[in-house]
Design a protein around this ligand. Structure first.
Ligand code: BGC
Length: 415
């Protein structure tokens, strides 16, 4: 261990330039990975970083989906003291780049030949004006349903393949006194469910027109009304205490037999696994009804900082995050699949294999789509405008007619 650390420090001192003092790589890392499965995953990175001679300062900001983390980030940047590395993704990377806040990590990317091992769709999120400005950790899929295997078996229910089947299964469970849907009433969780319903009911082209292109006619179409209708039905399947509940507590309800289903990205699988649950036996996974694949790629961006030690820390971190072993071990814990295409998946479970296969198929037929709810499709203002309407509708008796009008108006006013 000592030797590895020494070797790494020496290597970075060399990178920093001959004649400079040895810089111990340092990183202050802002992230929102605080649940059981998430904490286990980020520990993999911290351990690799320290084993390679780095000194890690953790800056976790709790709050699923990362809204609180992004507020904390803005405060740090405005005070002139950004963290060295930040969990940041999608168009937010470009937004921070345009503010001149990001460091260029092209030297690491080129030395490690990232371009050869990343799918083009993922690589494009990591590039700003042709330079590399972020490093991808994984591919999470958002459009998943998780289920308690025992509850389904005991009630003669199969994993639903259409939203009508889901509704019928949920009615049956409700009649049997079981909470059908574990849900946490936080805006980003409402948005997570909403986008999977939109993909399922409207299909991939509808989703793209609505949440990538923000086409006004699509936003207030009859199909969008049907999406809100289904959201109203789902609202009837959650328990009375759903308001404000964290997503991992909703996952625990499924785990503990207090609810049958959860609609959530595959970070939920990280929770099941961290609790020792086995896919296919204790819990079931299936994509939400309909075609397509909603991707959510976690990544880190390095912020412009001073000091050879912090710059060495950024380079070390960028290199480690893309390392094949890290990509395997981290994602085994996190519930996602590696961003690198050359990591063997033989140690991964059945849900990860479904994800990898569906990702390939959807990339080939044009239905691989960015998650709007997880900051992959839109800039913050537009995504926020949509989510405000989704959550206002879910938490009131607003009609679908009103909701679509409000949606179109909110998006139009968000620019
Ligand atoms: C992130 C995941 C995280 C989840 C819940 C998502 O937006 O991409 O890494 O586990 O939020 O916090």
């Amino acid at each position: 261990m000592r030797q590895t650390a020494f070797a790494a420090v020496s290597a970075f001192a060399l990178v920093a330039g001959a004649g400079t003092a040895i810089a111990e790589p340092k990183a202050e890392v802002l992230h929102w990975w605080t649940s059981g499965g998430e904490a286990k995953s980020v520990a993999v990175l911290k351990d690799e970083f320290t084993a390679n001679g780095g000194s890690w300062t953790d800056m976790p900001v709790a709050g699923g989906g990362g809204d609180a983390a992004m507020t904390a980030l803005r405060a740090r940047v405005l005070s002139g003291n950004p963290p060295t590395a930040v969990q940041l993704k999608g168009p937010a990377i470009q937004e921070w780049y345009e503010e001149g806040a990001l460091a260029d990590i092209s030297d690491v990317a080129e030395a490690e030949n990232w371009a050869a091992v990343l799918p083009e769709a993922i690589a494009s999120h990591m590039k700003c004006d042709g330079t590399w400005c972020a490093v991808p950790v994984n591919v999470h899929r958002v459009d998943w349903i998780w289920a308690n295997a025992e509850i389904l078996a005991a009630n003669g229910i199969e994993m639903p393949k259409t939203w009508d089947e889901f509704n019928a299964a949920a009615e049956k469970l409700k009649a049997a006194g079981i909470t059908p849907l574990a849900h946490g009433g936080q805006a980003w969780q409402d948005a997570t469910v909403f986008e999977t319903v939109a993909l399922g009911i409207g299909g991939p082209d509808f989703y793209r027109k609505a949440f990538v292109e923000l086409d006004p006619a699509t936003l207030k179409s009859d199909t969008m009304k049907a999406v809100f209708d289904e959201m109203r039905i789902l609202r009837g399947f959650v328990d009375d205490n759903f308001s404000g509940r964290d997503w991992n507590l909703a996952t625990a309800m499924v785990m503990n037999g207090e609810a049958a289903f959860q609609i959530m990205g595959d970070w939920a699988k990280g929770e099941f696994l961290a609790a020792g649950k086995v896919p296919g036996k204790d819990f079931l996974c299936a994509s939400t009804p309909g075609d397509g694949f909603l991707y959510n790629v976690d990544s880190f961006a390095m912020f412009k900082v001073d000091g050879a030690d912090r710059i060495a820390g950024q380079k070390l971190l960028a290199k480690l995050v893309m390392g094949p072993n890290f990509q395997k071990v981290f994602n085994l814990n996190k519930g996602s699949i590696p961003a690198r295409t050359d990591v063997p998946l033989d140690e991964f479970d059945m849900c990860a294999h479904i994800s990898a296969d569906d990702m390939k198929a959807s990339a080939a037929n044009g239905s691989l789509l960015p998650s709007y709810a997880h900051g992959m499709a839109l800039r913050g203002a537009q995504a926020g405008a949509i989510t405000d309407v989704v959550t206002a509708h879910f938490n009131s008796d607003m009609s679908s007619d009103e909701a679509v009008q409000m949606l179109a108006d909110a998006v139009a006013n968000s620019f």
